[in-house]
Design a protein around this ligand. Structure first.
Ligand SMILES: Nc1nc2c(ncn2[C@@H]2O[C@H](COP(=O)(O)OP(=O)(O)OP(=O)(O)O)[C@@H](O)[C@H]2O)c(=O)[nH]1
Ligand SMILES: [Mg+2]
Length: 468
């Protein structure tokens, strides 16, 4: 907006836009003072009647009269706007949320983006990819919530449509970063997908979710050691708690900046390593234009994965086939089985070393007892022995309490009832009915209460100790 100098306040900054042609006499003087178009100045002081006005321009203070400055066309400079304009353009990052079904992906997606996507305590709730976003440290993080998936293997017959959505998104390499959610309560069964993702060499944050459930189940997890072995950033959290999300956002941000690539911690046997080394240069040559990790494609080719096979030309496919055959000849085992075995070998060692079942001691004791009482020769005699002891104990102990219960019931329900009814002058038939009939019945039943109670206690004890 074009204004005049007299409209400005002390402290305001203006920029000379040009000169009004009708005030030509002062134009040369103003230009000589350095007020050329585009020059910025700040109003320093204004006289009480608005004339003269002191401005600072090019580091010099000038005192100008109103009639001198009337020719200058000025635009006011808004400093705040100026600062915003100088801001760097926001970086956009695509973050894919991936993990096994029902591990808490959508819960985390909602927490990060403020969305309200449907969550449910069964697998397969999310069937298509959903997108949301959040801002962090001058970055726009576009988050893609994917359906649950168990592995990245491409098999058109055994993969469901929603699994394909997740798998294809990851394989398309559209994500700059992967957020891999693992349900901590089933860590040993849920790490296979993680192993495959690590091989892709994409920046990845691992999230150990459901930490509250893990603690509730007496599972102690050495998450630092897991992070060290997986060689990638790891956050343990409870997705339903919003306060845990700040640490996650900050970890994601660090990874966006460092762009640290994941790498596989799995050690493959020698024949597999040799085949990878043979295939990698060929893949590099053929897929140079694709930003795909050649070692990962080499492993996929050895697994006869359809995605890798489609990428490879005939020569590469043939070499992969030769490698596969060579592995089988030297090791006596098929390449894909060796690869899967190596991954599970790593997972087993990892979980054995990092998961501690707190009640391990109690478990060992019960295992030892089971070994004796479930022994195929001893179990039947032990069973009859226990039964005999149980019945003897029940009958003997029950007998000891029986007279007490019987006398107590006699006093209250038989004699007591008869006494009260006589006092109230009740007819004889009513006394006989309530005292002799119902009262006597209650007494007989109560006499068996101790025996029944002991039996019931024993039964629940036996159930507790019986194998599940
Ligand atoms: N106790 C506990 N429950 C959680 C946690 N995270 C998620 N849940 C619950 O787990 C269930 C599954 O959560 P979702 O977010 O739908 O899981 P998902 O991975 O998106 O599931 P799919 O889309 O079916 O693959 C919901 O009932 C959540 O409330 C957590 O950290 N602790
Ligand atoms: Mg979901």
């Amino acid at each position: 907006m074009i204004i005049s100098l007299k409209d400005m306040q002390v402290g305001d900054t203006g920029r000379v836009v040009g000169f009004d042609k009708s005030f030509l006499p002062y134009r040369q003087k103003m230009l000589a003072m350095g007020l050329t178009p585009g020059t910025e100045f700040t109003v320093i002081r204004i006289a009480p009647l608005g004339d003269p006005i002191e401005i600072r321009v090019r580091g010099t203070d000038l005192s100008l009269r109103q009639n001198e400055v009337a020719a200058i066309r000025i635009e006011q400079v808004d400093r705040k706007v100026e600062i915003q304009e100088k801001k760097l353009p926001e970086e956009e990052i695509t973050l894919a949320v991936i993990g096994n079904p029902n591990c808490g992906k959508t819960t985390l997606f909602n927490g990060l983006t403020g969305s309200r996507q449907h969550v449910g305590s069964w697998a397969g709730v999310t069937v298509e990819q959903k997108t949301g976003q959040y801002r962090y440290d001058n970055k726009v993080i576009k988050v893609v919530d994917l359906p649950g998936i168990y592995s990245l293997d491409v098999n058109e017959h055994s993969t469901s449509l929603d699994e394909k959505v997740a798998r294809d998104f990851i394989l398309s390499q559209k994500a700059n970063l992967i957020l891999n959610i693992i349900d901590t309560t089933h860590l040993e069964h849920k790490l296979y997908l993680t192993m495959q993702l690590l091989e892709m060499r994409i920046p990845m944050v691992v999230v150990l979710n459901n930490m509250d459930d893990a603690t509730g189940r007496d599972i102690k997890i050495d998450s630092d050691e897991i992070a060290r072995r997986l060689m990638c950033p790891l956050v343990s959290l409870v997705a339903t708690r919003t306060k845990d999300l700040n640490t996650l956002k900050s970890t994601i941000n660090q990874l966006v900046e460092t762009k640290q690539l994941s790498s596989t911690p799995v050690k493959y046997p020698q024949p597999i390593k040799a085949a990878i080394s043979r295939l990698t240069p060929l893949i590099e040559q053929q897929l140079a234009d694709k930003s795909i990790n050649p070692q990962w494609i080499a492993v996929k080719l050895l697994e006869k994965d359809a995605f890798a096979m489609d990428l490879a030309d005939e020569t590469l496919q043939k070499t992969a086939h030769d490698c596969y055959q060579a592995i089988e000849d030297t090791s006596g085992e098929e390449a894909d089985i060796l690869i899967v075995d190596s991954r599970y070998g790593f997972i087993n060692t990892l979980t054995q070393d990092t998961l501690i079942q707190q009640s391990e001691v109690g478990k060992k004791l019960s295992d030892n007892i089971d070994k004796v009482i479930l022994n195929r020769f001893l179990s039947i005699p032990i069973f009859f022995g226990v039964m005999y002891l149980m019945f003897t104990f029940t009958i003997k102990l029950g007998r000891a309490f029986k007279p007490f219960f019987k006398d107590f019931a006699q006093a209250i329900f038989v004699d007591g009832t008869e006494y009260l009814l006589t006092l109230m002058n009740s007819p004889q038939w009513l006394i006989t009915l309530l005292s002799g009939g119902i009262g006597n019945g209650i007494r007989e039943v109560l006499a068996f209460v101790p025996t029944l109670k002991i039996r019931e206690t024993e039964r629940s004890e036996v159930m507790i100790f019986s194998p599940q």
